[in-house]
Write a protein that binds this ligand. Structure first.
Ligand code: PAF
Length: 280
């Protein structure tokens, strides 16, 4: 496995791989890898002949006052983990390689970035789409795998790929959870013991809502109220949003129609966690 840090070198490698007829799979990450990332990588390995994992903590997707500086980083640990799943290349450019002096181009996806996380993180998705578009242009993958935990991110990236005619298959991979149900996330590391316990209310509230849905409840406000009650029963939890919306447009649903997703974001102290459940 090689670690490439230069854009030009990455482009050369990809050009050669494509010339040799290899299917390039790509898993973009911000590093500090966990089992959820490894599952995406295994999927990438299944889908392609060669696997490129990107590790780049992307400054443009963090708002002012967010955790860019504190975001956990461990390139040496990440290298060991990526080796376990047969990664061919880690692409880990420094910030100045991706955003050199004079950089001024951004990719904006319109409507689907404005709901859910877009309300409390107004610049976040522009940073995500910009860096993902750049990574796609540099790596030229045939297929890219993203986790469904970041559900809105996946919808936004699919939209961008469609609208900008990237010839790349986007795969969404199901949420990987800890044994007790908490969705895996690099940010779980920020939780103290009490917050970690309290955070289980996310999983519990999603399960409750899904049970009610399967019993026939179709009112989004009633399910949201039920979840809100459960989450607010935890003193340490502070709801950012709980929404039920159309799974593709992310427009809020009143009555759930068979293609909906519950999405939520909740703070525990300084840590903001997201989770979701599709209702089909
Ligand atoms: O999901 C992430 O880790 C990031 O948002 C991504 C897609 C790697 C872009 O920086």
């Amino acid at each position: 496995m090689d670690v490439i840090t230069s854009v030009t070198e990455m482009q050369l490698w990809s050009r050669e791989a494509r010339k040799a007829g290899r299917v390039i799979a790509c898993v973009p990450t911000m590093g500090f890898l966990h089992d959820g990332h490894l599952a995406l990588m295994r999927e990438g390995k299944r889908r392609g002949d060669v696997l490129v994992v990107t590790i780049f903590v992307n400054p443009t997707q963090f708002g002012i006052g967010e955790d860019f500086d504190q975001y956990p980083r461990d390139l040496e640990g990440d290298k060991k983990l990526t080796l376990q799943v047969g990664t061919d290349i880690i692409f880990a450019p420094p910030v100045a390689e991706m955003y050199p002096h004079g950089y001024q181009t951004f990719v904006t996806v319109d409507k689907v970035t404005q709901a859910l996380c877009g309300l409390s993180r107004p610049t976040h998705f522009q940073g995500v789409t910009t860096v993902v578009a750049k990574l796609f242009n540099i790596i030229q993958p045939h297929v890219a795998v993203f986790g469904e935990k970041d559900y809105q991110q996946l919808v936004v990236i699919r939209r961008m790929v469609k609208d900008l005619n990237f010839n790349i298959e986007i795969i969404g991979y199901p949420i990987v959870r800890e044994k007790d149900g908490l969705a895996m996330s690099s940010r779980n590391k920020y939780l103290n013991e009490e917050e970690r316990k309290a955070a289980l209310c996310l999983w519990d509230s999603l399960n409750r809502a899904e049970r009610l849905y399967h019993k026939g409840e179709r009112s989004a406000p009633r399910l949201i109220q039920e979840m809100d009650n459960r989450i607010n029963a935890e003193k340490l939890a502070e709801v950012d949003y709980i929404r039920i919306c159309n799974a593709e447009t992310l427009v809020d649903s009143e009555t759930i129609d068979g293609n909906a997703v519950i999405a939520l974001a909740v703070r525990f102290g300084k840590t903001r966690l997201i989770d979701n459940r599709s209702l089909k």
